[in-house]
Design a protein around this ligand. Structure first.
Ligand SMILES: Cc1ncc(COP(=O)(O)O)c(C=O)c1O
Ligand SMILES: N[C@@H](CCCC[NH3+])C(=O)O
Length: 442
């Protein structure tokens, strides 16, 4: 078993996290339940921020809230001095609901609506990461209507496609996001912003992918951007004050993954930015990064109750849990792999290999293939590690399954931060509700 953050085995032989016995958590909050190791999130946030402080560069470390957007997490990000990346009106509203300082909010998205842009202006957020010409024109129009200026960062695609465990230089920019850096779109967008009375050209943004282990992709992106920055200085007398390099730093899901320490990626990126700035005699911009997964991914575990068992003789043993693709769609969507143990006996020797199935009416609803486990019975609780990023945030109600609650644990204390969804919550928006049910349950 790999010990993430504060996970440990206590004197009862149970898995504990944040100093709290996971079996006690199950008694109190039921299953499935997402549990977050707050100390580990804080540690990650601090190490990212320290990397910039130690290297004496101005920076903003933004939590990419898409990885886990809840009021409690946004408040934790604020406590740790992070900025916030949002990609929808819903995430922006969550930031507002958490009282997050709006000047540290950055708004992303490839199809922001007029209403969402108006909301961003109303909240006076830090900057909008403009993704395309449609948005640029609409934002210009709205700012003119409201007679309000807005800082704009242009999202560019540098011509690098990064993949899990790998990166490839494509040279072409086939992505739904951003302005092409190589095909003249970025210059055209930049010209528009520089001519605008309402939009203020604050910087450049690029995000090369997610769950990346190599720094090479980031380094090449920095080099390509600086090459262009040099041209922009000559052609437009423009030097971006902000260079946001997005997120994407990989984490360990299973023993197959071997990431660097989160902050080590940053140290290499900073070094390259400084090197390029010197090479072209440009100023070192404020560097932005937007870690999502690497801030919260390995801080989360999901606890499930073991249920039915099915054996296909000489083929496979299926063990079903009381959740699945509704609370963790990543295995079904990306063939993502996870490790897990029995929370009530994590150190017991495995005696069989089982495949963990979810409870949805879908053959693809599998959480883990071929997991070595000890003999299980009904009382057993399965703890799946590393579910902190894109688990809760991608949870859904397929088969009308309510979403699990979220519990934060720290220093021996557990706090329920998101309630379990109920059946009533699920039908509340249905307008043709049976009056009897309404009277009885809602
Ligand atoms: C623009 C942008 N920033 C940040 C992130 C966060 O990525 P990750 O969770 O891989 O750090 C993403 C998602 O990949 C993104 O699209
Ligand atoms: N949701 C994805 C990552 C998407 C990143 C967002 N740009 C995941 O679970 O890995």
């Amino acid at each position: 078993m790999y010990y993430y953050g504060t996970t440990a085995v206590n004197d009862k032989g149970h898995l504990e996290i944040g100093g709290v016995d996971t079996i006690e958590l199950v008694k109190e909050f039921g299953t499935p339940v997402y549990v977050y190791d707050v100390a580990l999130i804080r540690q990650r946030a601090r190490s990212f921020r320290e990397a910039f402080v130690n290297n004496e560069v101005k920076a903003q470390v933004s939590f990419a809230s898409k990885a886990f957007s809840t009021v409690a997490m946004v408040q934790l990000a604020e406590e740790e001095g992070l900025s916030l990346d949002v990609v929808s009106g819903g995430e922006l509203f969550t930031a507002a609901a958490a009282d997050f300082p709006m000047e540290r909010v950055h708004f992303h998205g490839n199809n922001k609506s007029r209403e969402e842009l108006e909301m961003a202006l109303e909240y006076k957020i830090g900057y909008i990461v403009v993704d395309n010409f449609y948005e640029l024109d609409m934002l210009e129009e709205i700012c003119a209507e409201k007679k309000q200026q807005m800082d704009v960062v242009l999202r560019i695609t540098p011509g690098i496609e990064a993949h899990t465990h790998d990166y490839i230089l494509t040279g072409q920019e086939d992505s739904k996001f951003g302005f092409g850096l190589q095909n003249g779109q970025t210059e055209e967008a930049l010209r528009k912003v520089l001519q605008s009375s309402w939009l203020v050209a604050a910087g450049i943004h690029c995000h090369i992918g997610s769950q990346i282990f190599e720094t090479t992709g980031f380094i090449v992106a920095v080099q390509k951007i600086f090459e262009k920055m040099n041209e922009w200085k000559t052609n437009f007398s423009f030097e971006p004050a902000i260079l946001n390099l997005g997120g994407g730093f990989g984490i360990r899901y299973t023993s197959e993954d071997d990431p660097k320490a989160a902050a080590d990626y940053v140290v290499e990126i900073i070094a390259e930015v400084k090197k390029q700035a010197e090479l072209y005699a440009l100023s070192v911009p404020e560097i932005g990064i937007e870690p999502g997964r690497s801030l919260v991914g390995d801080a989360g575990i999901t606890l499930y109750k073991i249920g039915s068992r099915k054996e296909v003789p000489n083929v496979r043993k299926y063990l079903a849990v009381d959740g699945g693709m509704t609370d963790n769609i990543r295995p079904a969507l990306y063939q993502a792999k996870y490790e897990a143990v029995l929370a009530n006996k994590p150190l017991e020797k495995p005696t069989e290999v089982v495949s963990i199935a979810g409870k949805c009416c879908e053959s693809g609803d599998m959480l883990i293939w071929d997991l070595p486990l000890p003999e299980t019975d009904e009382q057993d609780i399965l703890a799946v590690f590393c579910t902190g990023a894109y688990g809760y945030s991608m949870a859904n109600n397929y088969n009308r399954i309510p979403r699990p609650p979220v519990v934060f644990v720290e220093n021996g204390k557990a706090e329920l931060v998101v309630k379990r969804e109920t059946y009533e919550d699920l039908v509340r928006l249905d307008l043709s509700l049976n009056e009897k049910i309404k009277a009885k349950h809602l």
